[in-house]
Design a protein around this ligand. Structure first.
Ligand SMILES: *Cc1c(COP(=O)(O)O)cnc(C)c1O
Length: 434
């Protein structure tokens, strides 16, 4: 194989299937020679790759440790217990469920644990950054529960009073009017810290439960860069593959009081057999996130997003909410070029080897498929070792790419620069040389 690094420690076993092996090699090449700026992605450690590619995939384990429906689960029980104990220790939680196959499943299970069908949920507006599982008409969530929403405040030019941040007056007003059974905090496109305390107060004032969907900031919380919602919210859901840097999956934390309701909502409520190979990989990631080096990582992720944001401001872009406090930079493209859509920007950047996604911005006049925004994230390239100076370079490259978007030669030259930059920061240096 010609890839600059192996796609997994087991690559050589894949020679039995040259077609899939070729595709993995090509994807390995893509991941190591283009910039990964999708805010929900990261590079796992080789140990996480090894566990998720392991023989645990062979085992059926419906149920929970000590209460399985099939035999032969003594070792798998230890694996899942290890994951649960490490996760509880990492966040100081009373109970952990590590079985959700994804963040969406974790949210569905949490709703099912806390609510009856038809109950009202107050969550963030989708076009202001809420997730599909926060009541999108396209999601099963909106067919089972009744969603009402809050959003961010209006945009502002005053640097001392940034706009486009969560409007707690609105959260409170809608909560008093609609009397939700559950209030959900959390977002997929929001560059600010989400403080759990005002949500808790509002939930208490209307007798609602409070769920914090930490899909994006889970790693920043674990690494001490963001305030923890654990112990504040009734239930905390998250993905393990975004800033937490584990395998693709979800998890739920809650109080001992809600443990049974949450566990039975995941299984048998929503899922069948758990993915114990992924749970082993989650255990590895939870141990990694407890290391002092992960605190350094989380702080660097935030510093890198800030540097990227500053550099893009210099290039003429407007940052939604005027800045960033997490791993995300949400760009309003209209100040840079009123004609440029998120869709076109994403496509041109892809050709230059800069991988990111278009995104709606609050009150976007364009459709979610076209958009006026771009969402960037610093988590993956920070894992690969990039710092603030590389982030500033990336900001300049993005500006040049979008200015020169009709010039194929200019784009090809930037693609070569991006490749050179990436080669200095291999995501899997220990797997190199295959
Ligand atoms: C990513 C995300 C999810 C869902 O995660 P999947 O693993 O893709 O199902 C849920 N909520 C929020 C806020 C997210 O950003």
């Amino acid at each position: 194989m010609t890839s600059p690094f192996a796609a997994s420690p087991f690559d050589e076993w894949l020679t039995a299937d040259p077609e899939v092996a070729r595709l993995l090699g090509e994807e390995a090449e893509r991941q190591s020679t283009t910039l990964q700026l999708i805010a929900s992605e990261n590079f796992t450690s080789p140990a996480v790759l090894a566990a998720s590619g392991s023989i645990l995939t062979n085992k059926y384990a419906e149920g929970y440790p000590g209460r399985r429906y099939y035999g032969g689960n003594q070792i798998v029980d230890e694996v899942e217990d290890l994951a649960r104990e490490r996760l509880k220790a990492l966040f100081g939680a009373e109970h952990a469920n590590v079985q959700p196959h994804a963040g969406a499943n974790a949210n569905l299970a949490a709703y099912q644990a806390l609510l009856e069908p038809g109950d009202t949920i107050l969550a963030m507006r989708l076009d202001h950054g809420g997730h599909l599982t926060h009541g999108s008409p396209a999601s099963i969530t909106s067919k089972v529960w009744r969603f009402v929403s809050y959003g961010v405040s209006a945009a502002s030019d005053d640097p001392d009073k940034p706009g486009e941040i969560i409007d707690f007056d609105q959260v409170s007003d809608v909560a008093k009017r609609e009397r939700p059974k559950l209030i959900v905090a959390g977002s997929t496109a929001y560059a600010r810290i989400i403080d759990p305390l005002p949500f808790r107060e509002i939930a208490d004032s209307v007798g609602a439960r409070f769920m914090f969907d930490a899909a994006h900031p889970a790693g920043l919380i674990a690494g001490g860069a963001h305030p923890s919602p654990v112990g504040v919210a009734d239930v905390v859901t998250f993905t393990t593959h975004k800033t937490l840097r584990g395998p693709r999956g979800g998890a739920i934390l809650c109080s001992a009081e809600l443990a049974k309701a949450v566990d039975s909502a995941v299984f048998p409520g929503l899922q069948g057999g758990p993915l114990e190979h992924v749970i082993a990989a989650k255990a590895v990631a939870f141990a990694e996130a407890a290391l002092p080096s992960f605190r350094t990582y989380a702080a660097q992720v935030v510093a890198n997003a800030a540097a990227l944001g500053e550099s893009l401001t210099t290039e003429g872009f407007r940052l939604v909410s005027g800045g960033t406090e997490n791993h995300q930079v949400l760009l309003d493209l209209r100040t840079f070029d009123a004609e440029l859509t998120g869709k076109v920007a994403q496509e041109v950047l892809d050709r230059a080897g800069i991988t990111c996604n278009r995104n709606t911005i609050p009150d976007d006049p364009r459709s979610p498929f076209i958009t006026s925004g771009l969402r960037l994230g610093s988590a993956a390239q920070t894992t690969a070792g990039m710092g603030t100076s590389e982030m500033r370079t990336i900001g300049t490259l993005i500006g040049r790419t979008l200015r020169g978007r009709d010039d194929d030669q200019a784009i090809a030259a930037i693609r070569a620069e991006v490749r050179d930059l990436c080669v200095g920061f291999p995501p899997y240096p220990t797997l190199a040389g295959t």
